[in-house]
Design a binder for this molecule. Structure first.
Ligand SMILES: Nc1nc2c(c(=O)[nH]1)N[C@H]1C(S)=C(S)[C@@H](COP(=O)(O)O)O[C@H]1N2
Ligand SMILES: [Mo]
Length: 393
């Protein structure tokens, strides 16, 4: 492909921060230590989780790099970086969460398939780029289009990386055309992350960012966009990232019975404490993140120090100096909130955190009821065990 290529081995991977916990080396999958996530509202790029399915693509010549837009449209086109840069630039603060976040905890109930992740396969970034709705206008698809005259209903994003799940083909995914052409859905073709050009791990030179959806739909290293009648038939849409009930196992699974997971449910994680923690004295500060999909804000975060018998409400915040009000225009609707509560704790306690979103959606109390064979969307109440004592004993 012009200007960009997907290598077939791992000899030219980019440098990465040594503090990352590596869950798989090749392809490279890593997350930061949990406490890093609450040290700032916007996650520094070095500490942002990295989720890959193949070797990281290489740009040989950015002048030659272009994306082709084809399919059921009147006016197929190739767009160069300069064409994208000429469009209005938007900075959207959005949290990206892998559907496999907290998978390791789910696998403790019963074995699941997939890379093991702790609770930090998530990050919040300021994505800079053009709106997909503006890009599609360049190929003759107007804003707020559900179906093109020739029957296009979905927008497929195709990458250039070589994934073994696709038998060496590229990663791909799609979203509905109605969302892609809705400027308020804030779907971006992003070339910046936190004010810098997106680095190789996160999709240089251009990636899709679909706010409010599981990370799997935000295709990195974009190579082409196709307007198609049905959703993308790729592995990661049809044979992965689907939510099954606990009764489905590898013997009775029928992938076609479920739709690809798109929007994600309400999630909440304590980041200031390890899963088993010894603290020095009786007062602790409990901090973490809470987020919901679909642009739903966080209405409440409840924290318990007695395993869920009694609850107190945590304070929520995004940007310093601006009080967080869910659903208010002053808040970043696609972004997480951080929460905090300071309390005295008994000598031994089980600390629990759970969030409620603006649609009053709540989290399941136990992981058992949402166990699924692919280990996706573990949004059960997050629990940590704390004992007061001396950590050096
Ligand atoms: N081309 C490509 N895009 C991709 C992936 C991939 O492997 N290849 N992984 C997806 C998944 S599952 C997630 S969670 C996010 C991770 O993005 P990040 O590595 O920038 O955090 O990218 C998505 N986009
Ligand atoms: Mo993911």
């Amino acid at each position: 492909m012009p200007g960009i290529r997907g290598p077939s081995d791992y000899s030219q991977e980019p440098p990465r921060h040594p503090c990352l916990q590596i869950n798989a080396k090749e392809p490279f999958n890593a997350e930061p230590p949990r406490p890093v996530l609450i040290s700032s509202y916007v996650t520094p790029v070095d500490f942002f989780y990295k989720r890959n399915h193949g070797p990281i693509p290489i740009v040989d010549d950015i002048e030659k790099y272009c994306i082709s837009i084809t399919g059921l449209i009147g006016n197929p086109k190739k767009l160069f970086m300069n064409d994208i840069l000429k469009l209005a630039k938007y900075n959207i603060t959005a949290t990206l969460q892998c559907a496999g976040n907290r998978r390791t905890a789910m696998s403790k109930i019963r074995k699941v398939k997939g890379v093991g992740w702790g609770a930090a396969a998530i990050g919040n970034a300021v994505w800079g780029g053009a709106k997909l709705a503006d890009v599609l206008e360049l190929v003759g698809v107007p804003k707020l289009t559900g179906t093109t005259p020739s029957g296009g209903k979905h927008v497929e994003f195709v990458s250039i990386d070589k994934c073994k799940e696709e038998n060496g083909g590229p990663y791909k995914a799609s979203i509905p055309l109605s969302q892609a052409t809705n400027p308020e859905a804030d779907v971006l073709l992003a070339y910046e992350m936190n004010g810098e050009p997106i680095n190789r791990d996160h999709g240089y030179p251009l990636r899709v960012v679909v706010p409010g959806f599981i990370g799997a739909r935000s295709v990195k290293w974009l190579e082409s966009i196709n307007i198609i009648p049905e959703e993308c038939q790729g592995f990661f849409m049809q044979k992965d990232y689907k939510m099954f009930p606990p009764s489905v196992n590898w013997d009775n699974i029928n992938w076609s019975t479920r739709r690809p997971q798109m929007d994600f449910p309400v999630q909440c994680v304590i980041c200031s404490l390890e899963d088993v923690n010894v603290v020095k004295h009786g007062e602790i500060t409990i901090k973490g993140y809470a987020v919901s999909g679909g642009g739903r804000g966080i209405e409440r975060v409840d924290v318990s120090i007695d395993g869920g018998k009694t609850w107190m409400e945590a304070s929520r915040y995004q940007k310093t100096g601006i009080p967080y009000i869910s659903d208010d225009t002053s808040s970043d609707k696609w972004a997480w909130v951080l929460f905090e509560v300071t309390t005295d704790i008994p000598s031994i306690s089980e600390i629990v955190a759970k969030a409620v979103d603006t649609a009053a959606n709540v989290q399941p109390e136990n992981v058992e009821v949402i166990w699924n064979l692919r280990g996706i969307l573990n949004t059960s109440w997050h629990r940590v065990h704390v004992r007061v004592g001396h950590s050096n004993l």
